[in-house]
Design a protein around this ligand. Structure first.
Ligand code: NAP
Ligand code: GLV
Length: 327
């Protein structure tokens, strides 16, 4: 009997074809809304494989409803929505999509940095609203990017790719990570800061790239925002809960920092009345870090390949709890 796979959203055709060649596939075949919890719970009861997105909470409660489950494959590199420890206890591999989205996400992070520094969305709104009357010396003046310093918090794959872009703009590159990155230091003349505190005090731009873990939750709160320069820009393309949002709102409203560029939020999706969206010095995007057609397709295909590999007894290309794979 073919294995049964449940897919929690409409996914690119190439990925769907890979799954269908290997399994009986059922899906919540829509762009939106996300699969309702009761539908997901009922679907996993019959599933050997679960193909999910970062919007799906794969927790102990869901796993308890999935007696046959042999693999969880998420179409994302971040896996904070999955209870990996609970999966590991059940011997279930959790697969993700590292690498294929690194460059696209770094491009978006740098685009957000530039747009925030130079007030690009605000300037476009100004023009479209018919408010452009003349050229003026400080009209819509922003912050320099070239020659400034960037502090990369979490210099992993994406953080280092952002560092390379910053180096191309003549920026000084500072970073934190749990372990030193000698190749990054050599390639981008990056300097590892002894602490987050040191980085925040020194950087003109602070770009977040650490995963969401209990340790990184609210790693940027009131004390950290007060440590930053009043001209500093915070860019978050990692995960919203790295930042204490009420503290960020005060920091932006009261001028502790100059501006923020945000692709991610503590609770997604945000509604238009969110306090951050009422501030002029915030540039916001709807979690589109990896959103190019080629990258999202590559992520979808990799997630499918990972899932099929586990179902067929092969080693997946990416697994966050490889200890359950054996061999
Ligand atoms: P990665 O290669 O694992 O890099 C994460 C880095 O964070 C590592 O260098 C790690 O240090 C560092 N780190 C972990 N805990 C830290 C801490 N407490 N303080 C400072 N650094 C810490 O992951 P990645 O592929 O670059 O992805 C990073 C994150 O970006 C993902 O987890 C995801 O949440 C987010 N993301 C968002 C989007 C989007 O659409 N906005 C797209 C892709 C990814 P070590 O190397 O020393 O372990
Ligand atoms: C996107 O946020 C990802 O983690 O891939």
């Amino acid at each position: 009997m073919a294995a049964a796979v449940f897919v929690t959203r409409s996914i690119p055709g190439a990925a769907r074809a890979l799954l269908e060649a290997a399994a009986d596939v059922r899906a919540w075949d829509r762009e939106e809304p996300p699969v309702p919890r009761d539908v997901l719970r009922a679907a996993v009861a019959e599933a050997d494989g679960l193909y999910c997105l970062l919007t799906d909470a794969i927790d102990a409660d869901l796993l308890a409803a999935a007696p046959r489950l042999r693999v969880v494959s998420t179409m994302a590199v971040g896996y904070d929505n999955v209870d990996v420890a609970a999966c590991t206890r059940r011997g279930i591999p959790v697969c993700n999509t590292p690498g294929v989205l690194t460059e696209a996400t770094a491009d978006l992070a740098f685009a957000l940095l530039m747009a925030t520094a130079r007030r690009v969305p605000e300037a476009e709104r100004y023009l479209r609203d018919g408010r452009w009357r003349t050229w003026s010396p400080l009209l819509l003046a922003g912050q320099d990017v070239h020659g400034k310093s960037i502090g990369i918090v979490g210099a992993g794959r994406i953080g280092q790719a952002v560092g390379a872009r910053a180096r191309g703009f003549g920026m000084e590159v500072l970073y934190t990570a749990r372990s030193p990155k000698p190749a990054f230091e050599a390639g981008c003349r990056a300097r590892r800061c002894a602490s987050l505190d040191e980085l925040l005090g020194a950087a003109d731009y602070v770009s977040l790239h650490a995963p969401l873990t209990p340790e990184t939750h609210h790693m940027i709160g009131e004390a950290e925002l007060r440590r930053m320069k009043p001209t500093a820009v915070l860019v978050n393309t990692a995960r919203g809960p790295l930042v204490d949002e009420p503290a960020l709102v005060r920091a932006l409203a009261e001028g502790w920092i100059w501006a923020a560029g945000l692709d991610v939020f503590e609770r997604e999706p945000v509604t238009p009345d969110h306090p951050l969206l009422r501030l002029p010095n915030v540039v916001t995007l709807p979690h589109i870090g990896s959103a190019t057609v080629a990258t999202r397709t590559a992520m979808a295909v990799l997630a499918a390949e990972n899932l099929v590999a586990v179902l067929q007894g092969r080693r997946p290309a990416a697994c966050v709890n490889p200890e359950v794979l054996g061999g």
